[in-house]
Design a protein around this ligand. Structure first.
Ligand SMILES: Cc1ncc(COP(=O)(O)O)c(C=O)c1O
Length: 366
């Protein structure tokens, strides 16, 4: 008996998600220390003290199952976002919501449309549901091409994933383009506006998705506590949308899908507005530092509204990625995204950005 023949074909052929290289793994492999990780768009300042205190207090009750509906987190977040509590659904990261969306709306023969390159989980959750990923190339400036996205929609399209700002490019679309997309798309297509990097956005005309859903019942905004709130290790994300649609997503989720520690930390993080401001300021300064340093090296990058830059190395970047690793600087290789001349680098602490720029300068001089 061949085990692989027992597995659903769409799972058997799935390309697993490739995470950024963990610091511990690099240091173990190379026998080095003091590495910096600028590979996973994480928050370099760490979590807020309020989040940690709230989590430690919750740890006393770890013998109990978590609050299944995220009752208190839901109430506090609903107030912070100025939306009704029944418009929220929670999961272990926005990845968790992506899986639930695929489970609810995709089946064999269905299509999910999304720009490419974009977030690596879109093809994975689509294929995982037995559906077909339909990728739409970005334009020559690595921006989402709204016209091309609309052209890719067919009778079989059930979901449209739109990361805004987009990962790995950092580029974003403004209010006008977003409205044009929503207005032109048939309502039967569920639009997933993935706003994981919303809090870093610098442009002033960014869509106000929660306040301006254009009466569309088939629109879900995704948000996360993994990025600016610095809680990636705990896994909390959420979706916001029409209460009926959110109700279906809630049916499809697992019970207790957000741990009690994660709920408590998210509530603490939400209260610490000052920490969020600090992370945003630090990130914007970090981006400016990286942009100036890269320009001095003669390198170009896409205009970013997120906490990272996609850097054009002008030639195959594989050797550079490896060389940076050997210097203890972890960036993200873009080879798997069809961007083999690029590297993605997350804005870190000033000294981490400096390490990256100095290592780049050394390698490019060779
Ligand atoms: C566009 C986008 N969406 C979703 C996620 C997943 O975030 P989470 O940690 O909430 O699962 C990421 C993570 O990098 C992302 O870049």
């Amino acid at each position: 008996m061949k085990l692989r023949e027992l597995v659903n074909p769409h799972i058997r052929d799935l390309e697993p998600y490739k995470p950024g290289k963990p610091i511990e793994e690099l240091e173990r492999e190379l026998g080095i220390r003091d590495s910096v990780k600028l590979a996973s768009n994480e928050c370099p300042l760490g979590p807020s003290t309020l989040a940690l205190e709230s989590m430690y207090a919750a740890a006393e009750e770890l013998n109990r199952y978590p609050e299944d509906s995220c009752h208190y987190l839901r109430a506090e977040l609903a107030q912070a976002l100025d939306v009704a509590p029944e418009r929220l659904v929670f999961a272990a990261g926005s990845d968790g919501i992506l899986e639930i969306l695929a489970k609810c709306f995709l089946g064999p023969g269905d299509e999910a449309v999304f720009p490419w390159p974009s977030f690596a989980m879109y093809p994975i959750v689509t294929q995982g549901a037995g559906a077909v990923p339909v990728t739409v190339p970005l334009d020559s400036e690595l921006r989402v091409d709204i016209g091309a996205l609309l052209e890719a929609v067919t009778d079989r399209t059930r979901l449209l994933f739109l990361a805004n700002p987009n990962n790995p490019t950092g580029t974003s679309i403004g209010r006008g383009a977003f409205r044009a997309l929503l207005d032109a798309l048939p309502e039967r297509v569920v639009v997933v506006a993935d706003e994981a990097y919303l809090e870093y956005v610098r442009r002033s005309d960014f869509p106000e998705t929660l306040q301006d859903m254009r009466g569309r019942r088939t629109l879900v905004a995704l948000r996360t506590f993994s990025k600016i709130y610095g809680l990636a290790g705990l896994r909390v994300g959420y979706g916001v949308g029409d209460p009926e649609l959110i109700g279906y997503l809630a049916r499809a989720r697992q019970p207790f899908n957000v741990s009690s520690l994660a709920q408590a930390a998210a509530r603490g993080a939400l209260r610490d507005r000052e920490h969020v401001r600090r992370v945003r300021d630090l990130t914007h300064k970090g981006l400016s530092q990286l942009e100036a340093g890269l320009q001095a090296l003669g390198l170009s990058f896409a205009e970013s509204d997120a906490n990272f830059l996609l850097v054009d190395i002008g030639q195959d970047a594989t050797a550079l990625y490896d060389a940076l690793l050997r210097q203890g600087v972890i960036t993200r290789s873009m080879a798997g995204f069809g961007l083999s001349n690029h590297l993605r680098v997350t804005a870190g602490l000033p000294e981490e950005n400096e390490r990256f720029l100095a290592a780049m300068a050394r390698e490019l001089r060779r």
